[in-house]
Design a protein. Structure first.
Lengths: 288, 262
């Protein structure tokens, strides 16, 4: 074999283990569940191979699934908005502070190193019946009986915000750092006051970061099923909980396939719209 | 200025929001109160002692550790090789391949978990440690690729070319020039994939065989019975390992670096 041929083959030798893994463990399985979604789980527990639309029709027409999908999108939207409102000023402060930027950034990275389940369950210590909040109120004599604060939609959103806020702050911070400070100075020296400079220069230029953070919060938030189980009540199920129920509890795998495909279609189309208008580069900046 | 003061106060509140619940976990894990909840009655290590005697937790810890180490090793190897190919060679369709390699981040983890479970099961590979490992490798791979690629772009090609023009073979060049320069990225990739694997629960709950628990699924199972002081103690131990050890390591490395610099 000639040297050129070997040279040309080399990258493929290096790439093949990763590519084969992705193909075999992600791409083919995704195509497989498309096929699986047309099968039927029979009463005996065996799968009936074929082309049945039953599961698709059930999921797409039953109001139960639609309501939970809408509830999921609502929870994810509120979470994203709360993250943006809480995160933007904080990201701005980190980007513009002089002395303690390094320590603030280090602290911002810490939550990524602390277990998600620990952070989620930590709210039980705060809001639970014998948690910090109730204990303080009882000690002060404001209430006699502990308040039932946990296990509702608000605490699900609280848990999600707590989990996703660092993603939002980091993405906004990255885009604020990218802004040429001369632009702000120029606006100021041309007579714009600080508020106007912020609204007309800084905020628009930081929108890509805000959008990237928003996309991450929304997609990660809408795809979770652990937070609703730990911090939600029985009525606060999200769409991913239905998937888990179908696959693990009911063992109805064709139905679970349909539900998975609906979830990936909804979240995927949001990612595609984002990609169409903003591209993936900003998102990768925030991740790396 | 007043506006700046408001932003500063807001930021402080946001940081308190992020860390207060975690601080309370650590506080309660040292609480002597017999229910391990408020009020805090004194300092005690009893929950840690109980933790060390809980066999289920020790077993889960070992499983998580083994899984994390194997995942880090495999996924970093695959990621480094692929990144080398993408950064160092002109590969036709390189952009598409890059996107393919980070695709597991773009797919919701629940869906990835379902697809892998159903497909492997169809191939008669049932829920097992092996399936867990495959799953963890797949969803940690994109993070390794991102970290290593970013680093690799920063290494100048001329250094490698200089070595080769001085007579080093490509393999020698890789091991003596590229790999040492790449070491921080390899290390970061390993640490990253280990942490993600060690912390995962979403996919793990789908892939783990009955009776096998990792630390997060063990905590999840314990939470079903309500929160216990043991969980807080376990949380403290995990925070120590995932935050304390890297910070300590970084601090030591910095000190050593300073000494060498002088």
């Amino acid at each position: 074999m000639s040297i050129e041929k070997r040279e040309a083959r080399q990258p493929w030798v290096l790439l093949s283990p990763a590519l084969v893994s992705i193909l075999l463990l992600l791409i083919v399985p995704l195509m497989f569940i498309v096929v699986y979604s047309f099968w039927l789980r029979t009463a005996t527990g065996a799968d009936q191979v074929g082309f049945y639309l039953d599961n698709w029709i059930e999921v797409l027409t039953d109001e139960f699934y639609r309501d939970i999908l809408l509830q999921t999108l609502r929870i994810a939207s509120v979470t994203t908005i709360v993250c943006a409102v809480m995160g933007y000023p904080a990201a701005y402060f980190i980007a513009r502070s002089r002395g303690n930027k390094a320590i603030l950034l280090l602290l911002l990275m810490l939550p990524f190193w602390i277990s998600y389940i620990i952070r989620t369950m930590s709210w039980i210590n705060i809001l639970g019946v014998s948690g910090a909040f109730n204990s303080v109120l009882m000690m002060l004599g404001i209430i006699d009986e502990p308040l039932q604060l946990l296990y509702n939609e608000v605490t699900v959103i609280l848990g999600l915000v707590h989990f996703l806020l660092p993603f939002m702050i980091l993405n906004i911070y990255v885009s604020l750092e990218d802004i040429d400070r001369n632009l702000e100075d120029a606006a100021c020296s041309l007579g714009a006051h600080r508020g106007r400079t912020f609204l007309e220069i800084t905020l628009p230029l930081s929108l890509p970061g805000l959008a990237a953070g928003g996309l991450l919060c929304f997609v990660l938030g809408a795809g979770t099923y652990i937070t609703p189980v730990i911090l939600g009540g029985p009525r606060d199920a999200m769409f991913a909980n239905l998937v888990f129920e179908a696959i693990i509890t009911q063992l109805d795998w064709p139905l679970g396939s349909v539900l998975s495909l609906v979830l990936i279609a909804v979240l995927g189309s949001i990612v595609l719209v984002y990609n169409r208008f903003l591209g993936m580069r900003q998102l990768m900046k925030g991740l790396a | 200025m007043m506006g700046w003061g408001v932003i500063r106060l807001w930021t402080i509140l946001v940081y308190i929001f992020m860390f207060l619940p975690v601080a309370v976990v650590v506080l309660l894990s040292f609480n002597a109160n017999q229910f391990g909840s408020f009020p805090v009655t004194g300092l005690s290590f009893r929950w840690f002692v109980e933790l060390a005697e809980n066999e289920a937790i020790i077993r889960a810890f070992k499983t998580s550790l083994l899984l994390g180490v194997l995942t880090a090793f495999i996924s970093t190897t695959l990621g480094v090789l692929a990144s080398l190919a993408l950064v160092r060679y002109k590969v036709p369709g390189g952009n598409f391949i890059s996107t393919l390699l980070i695709a597991p981040i773009l797919v919701p983890e629940v869906v990835l978990a379902v697809a892998l479970l159903l497909f492997l099961n169809f191939l008669s590979v049932h829920k097992s440690f092996f399936m867990l490992l495959m799953g963890h490798v797949i969803f940690t791979l994109p993070f390794v690729v991102l970290v290593v690629q970013a680093r690799l772009i920063g290494i100048r090609r001329d250094v490698e070319e200089a070595a080769m023009s001085l007579g080093a073979t490509p393999v020698q060049t890789f091991f003596q020039i590229t790999l040492p320069l790449l070491a921080p990225a390899v290390f970061a990739g390993m640490l990253f994939s280990f942490t993600i694997s060690f912390d995962d629960i979403t996919g793990t709950l789908f892939w783990k065989p009955g009776g096998v628990e990792t630390v997060p699924t063990q905590i999840f199972a314990m939470l079903r019975n309500s929160i216990s002081p043991e969980i807080n103690a376990l949380g403290s131990v995990m925070i120590f390992f995932t935050v304390g050890v890297p910070l300590l390591g970084a601090a030591i490395a910095r000190r050593l670096g300073n000494h060498q610099g002088r």
